[in-house]
Design a protein around this ligand. Structure first.
Ligand SMILES: Cc1cc2nc3c(=O)[nH]c(=O)nc-3n(C[C@H](O)[C@H](O)[C@H](O)COP(=O)(O)OP(=O)(O)OC[C@H]3O[C@@H](n4cnc5c(N)ncnc54)[C@H](O)[C@@H]3O)c2cc1C
Ligand SMILES: NC(=O)c1ccc[n+]([C@@H]2O[C@H](COP(=O)([O-])OP(=O)(O)OC[C@H]3O[C@@H](n4cnc5c(N)ncnc54)[C@H](O)[C@@H]3O)[C@@H](O)[C@H]2O)c1
Length: 459
């Protein structure tokens, strides 16, 4: 059996691709990718979804224009043009990235599926042919894949996931979305803004339950006005006929759509890797166990991103990739992964964003908690927008003045929260934040200024 040897082998071309920094110039590097080059975020995740979200926002703005004294209406939704704008931008980036690794300097690209066959030994199946390689260091960056509930998979009905729903040729009239998390909330917004009737089936009693309860409750109430919600419900069976795809629910109801979209969470891509052959240990949920430096239980094997991280977020995968890239090249000066203030945003309507502890988590952690919920509608820019639902909720420690968490629902939440991420990351307390700087008047950020000033420390 012939085998090639490398200094470094990276499995997965998402954030794994960015491991190959100039530190590896002159070294022998292999990158292995079994799917579309560039991974989830570029091809079927963050980037295309947000490009669709932008189109959805344009449609919603037109619908709400009359509020501001401007009469406007949508003449047509040209779905194929919306879709093709997105992928005409993305597909060449993916192709270019692949081409660079296939034909570029000092990397060997294996376009196939990798599995471990021993300690730092891999077999890659490329077009049915097995190729063998060994490496001094191996990075597992294989990401995650959609979880398909058994009743859906076993029923044999056609279902979509984030991997193919953005490429459909025609918009359906009705869509059933299974799941009530990030992906469900973003696609429900996109497709309903483009004219599709959306039903959501989720097993929890509210949508986006990982957010602060006040945000999750407020968002669920708004969602109920826009979408047909089936909460505390799971699918027990599904069938497909001339009427479409019908899901029978645990609640006794049934719901029918032309398309069924499954968004019930994502599992780490570890089952195909034969990790036991390399002595790489996993958590009970399949995630690779890593230490603070990104090292797995097997010497010379590292992991990062969705396959190992507690956060399935691109900015986290990129951060972990930067840390692991440094640590591979500087074994005597290891850096730690920083998961202290991991923010996230859901690009639905209205937008949601959060960082730090929820009110409940802060109380459970024993803080003397003070909170303030400040409405967008109470500041001048909020008046300009006629916003009636948006708010900023801050969670702070009454004793120390420390900002513990921030939770936003409303326009530009994903950008506004950056101020609070910065404050928390650099240890700025509430008083410093509120009065230690100018706040531009009458910018929307005044909603954050007022929330900070509204925290009642009792002094
Ligand atoms: C619809 C959607 C929207 C999202 N939106 C956002 C967002 O707005 N913001 C955000 O922060 N995050 C978002 N995410 C999450 C984000 O996409 C992921 O956290 C991130 O892409 C993970 O990067 P990764 O490098 O760990 O994995 P990936 O990018 O998934 O890369 C893993 C790669 O490994 C390959 N692979 C797997 N197994 C093997 C094998 N055995 N052999 C060879 N190759 C293999 C896969 O084909 C894949 O290309 C979104 C996710 C989805 C699904
Ligand atoms: N804007 C962003 O940053 C963004 C966008 C999309 C995805 N993501 C990442 O991708 C991950 C995966 O997204 P997701 O939405 O698939 O997962 P999720 O964990 O956010 O939500 C899964 C949802 O499905 C529900 N569910 C699970 N099993 C079910 C079942 N059998 N029947 C009915 N409901 C069920 C859960 O209660 C939950 O509401 C997210 O956790 C997030 O980290 C991030």
């Amino acid at each position: 059996m012939t085998s090639e040897h490398f200094d470094l082998a990276v499995i997965g071309s998402g954030s794994g691709n960015s491991i190959i920094t100039p530190d590896f110039d002159g070294k022998r590097v292999a990158i292995i990718e079994r799917g579309v080059f560039g991974g989830t975020c570029l091809n079927v995740g963050c980037i295309p979804t947000k490009m669709f979200v932008y189109a959805a926002e344009v449609a919603e703005q037109i619908r709400s224009a009359a509020t501001y004294g401007i009469d406007a209406h949508i003449d047509a939704i040209r779905w194929r043009d919306i879709r093709d704008r997105v992928f005409a931008r993305i597909d060449p980036i993916s192709e270019g990235g692949k081409d660079y690794r296939v034909n570029g300097p000092n990397t060997t690209a294996y376009l196939g599926s990798a599995r471990f066959t021993g300690s730092r030994a891999l077999t890659v199946t490329v077009d049915g042919q097995e190729q063998h390689l060994t490496a001094d260091q191996i990075v597992i960056a294989t990401g995650s894949s959609p979880i398909i509930p058994d009743p859906v998979r076993d029923s044999g009905v056609t279902y979509y996931t984030n991997e193919n729903v953005m490429r459909i040729d025609e918009l359906p009239s009705r869509m059933v979305i299974l799941g009530g998390g990030y992906i469900a909330a973003e696609f429900a917004h996109v497709f309903s803004a483009l004219g599709v009737d959306v039903s959501i089936v989720t097993r929890g009693p509210a949508l986006l339950r990982q957010t602060d309860e006040e945000v999750s409750t407020a968002f669920t109430e708004l969602a109920a006005q826009r979408w047909d919600l089936h909460l505390s419900a799971e699918v027990i069976a599904a069938r497909q006929d001339a009427a479409g795809v019908t899901a029978e629910l645990t609640t006794g109801e049934s719901v029918t759509g032309d398309i069924l979209l499954v968004a019930t969470g994502r599992a780490p891509n570890t089952p195909d890797l034969d990790l036991s052959a390399a002595g790489v240990a996993t958590h009970s949920d399949g995630r690779v166990i890593v230490d603070e430096f990104g090292r797995t239980s097997a010497e010379g094997v590292w992991a990062l991103g969705d396959v190992s991280s507690p956060y399935q977020l691109k900015h986290v995968a990129n951060h972990e990739a930067r840390v692991v890239a440094h640590n591979l090249a500087h074994p005597r000066e290891l850096r730690s992964i920083d998961h202290r203030f991991v923010p996230s945003a859901v690009f639905t309507h209205p937008q949601l964003a959060g960082v730090g502890l929820t009110e409940r988590q802060a109380r459970e952690a024993g803080h003397d908690v003070v909170t303030k919920s400040q409405k967008y509608g109470d500041v001048a820019y909020g008046w300009a927008m006629e916003d009636t639902t948006g708010f900023v909720k801050l969670v702070a420690d009454r004793r120390t003045g420390e900002l513990l968490g921030a939770h936003l629902m409303g326009p530009d939440a994903s950008s506004l929260i950056q101020l609070l991420i910065q404050a928390m990351s650099f240890g700025l307390g509430v008083h410093q934040m509120a009065r230690g700087q100018y706040w531009i008047h009458p910018a929307l950020a005044e909603v954050i200024e007022n929330a900070l000033l509204g925290l009642d420390f009792g002094n």
